[in-house]
Design a protein around this ligand. Structure first.
Ligand SMILES: Nc1ncnc2c1ncn2[C@@H]1O[C@H](COP(=O)(O)OP(=O)(O)OP(=O)(O)O)[C@@H](O)[C@H]1O
Ligand SMILES: [Mg+2]
Length: 339
């Protein structure tokens, strides 16, 4: 072992010890009602706790360690909130020249202060591969015999996880809390009358540009960005703006490029870095397909999920991930003046 290998092994052992310690005290939820003495509106998503200051037009987003899958909160993954927030920051900075985004500041590893926007009623899903495990995935539709997906023709004879002829946009309408989202074509979406054609087309163009850059950059890091989901909204000044998160392992599928072809040839699943690991555990080991109560994630699965989130961060950014080990609630409260 060289000195550098030994240092890396020590660093990994140190990281693992920190993650293990966090198993008992992850960031589950935040309890505040005021920021710096100002009352704020509260909205809890599955993953993020949002504090909205309408007067300032700001949304303070606390990214927790909650993991959602099959549209439900499934469990808590050590350091997940920090990974997600810092990866979103990385990508927002890298792509700001392609599309305006909501990021104003990152005052804490788990917090992003964002411009409050009026969200479009649709998620912009970009896909470059025939894949997925849930009942609403493009692969399941193809397996059932569908040869168009959201208005895009799909050639016969494709195998699971193969690249699509070109990247496609498959808009997904946002369902109410607890319901599953529905994939639709541009025409179906416009027929619902919830979004103007020109707004949708501008959002689609931004999504395509962001996805192309995401794929290009991921490839330069030895990764395949197989698919991703963008949320966009209209800012107070009318600017179409990317909101929520971008190119994180929650909103995207990342695969290792190096053995993708070989595994595809053998009919094996790609080695993935994203949430797919937990989805597969739930489906295979947990026998869970989204209905009823979800199985409890064993600590070893939570740890392995954390390692994968962190690996994504390190591969994409090229930087070591340093988990913040201070108790998160008092730390964030101090950073935000939250009470
Ligand atoms: N800049 C922004 N302006 C307005 N809303 C935003 C902004 N950024 C994110 N959001 C919204 O804040 C919430 C973030 O929480 P989270 O990602 O946990 O939600 P979710 O579980 O994915 O979705 P849901 O809202 O259905 O619970 C989402 O509803 C998202 O659309
Ligand atoms: Mg979300």
């Amino acid at each position: 072992m060289t000195a550098a290998d030994a240092a890396a092994a020590n660093a990994d052992a140190d990281l693992d010890a920190k993650l293990r310690a966090q198993l008992a005290a992850p960031l589950a939820a935040t309890p505040w009602t005021q920021l710096r003495g100002r009352p704020v509106e509260r909205y809890d998503g599955k993953v993020r706790d949002c504090y909205i200051d309408r007067e300032r037009g700001e949304r303070v987003i606390v990214v927790t360690d909650r993991l959602s899958a099959f549209d439900k909160v499934i469990g808590l993954i050590p350091s997940k909130g920090q990974v997600l927030n810092q990866l979103a920051r990385f990508w927002f900075e890298r792509t700001a020249h392609l599309a305006p985004n909501h990021m104003i500041a990152v005052p804490d590893p788990n917090v992003m202060i964002a411009r409050e926007c009026e969200p479009l009623p649709v998620e912009l899903v970009m896909r470059a591969y025939l894949t997925g495990v849930t009942s609403t995935s493009i692969w399941r539709a193809y397996e059932r015999g569908d040869r168009t997906f959201c208005g895009h023709p799909l050639p016969d004879g494709m195998r699971k996880n193969e690249p699509l002829p070109e990247a496609i946009l498959t808009p997904s309408t946002k369902a109410a809390k607890g319901d599953h989202d529905v994939s639709v074509s541009r025409e179906e979406l416009l027929a619902m009358g919830r979004i103007a054609p020109d707004v949708f087309d501008r959002a689609a163009a931004l999504a395509a540009a962001l996805f192309a850059e995401g794929q290009r950059f991921a490839a330069s890091r030895g990764l395949i960005l197989a698919d991703t989901k963008y949320e966009m909204g209209i800012a107070r000044d009318g600017t179409l703006t990317v909101i929520d998160e971008i190119h994180t392992p929650d909103s995207s599928r990342y695969w290792y490029a190096e053995d993708y072809e070989a595994r595809l040839g053998r009919g094996e699943e790609p080695r993935s870095l994203d949430k797919e690991y937990v989805r597969r555990w739930l489906a295979n080991e947990g026998g869970f397909s989204g209905d009823g109560p979800s199985p409890v994630l064993p600590d070893e699965v939570r740890l392995e999920a954390a390692r994968r989130y962190i690996a994504t961060y390190q591969l994409v950014t090229g930087e070591r991930f340093v988990p913040d080990t201070q108790p998160p609630i008092p730390r964030i409260a101090a950073a935000l003046g939250a009470t």
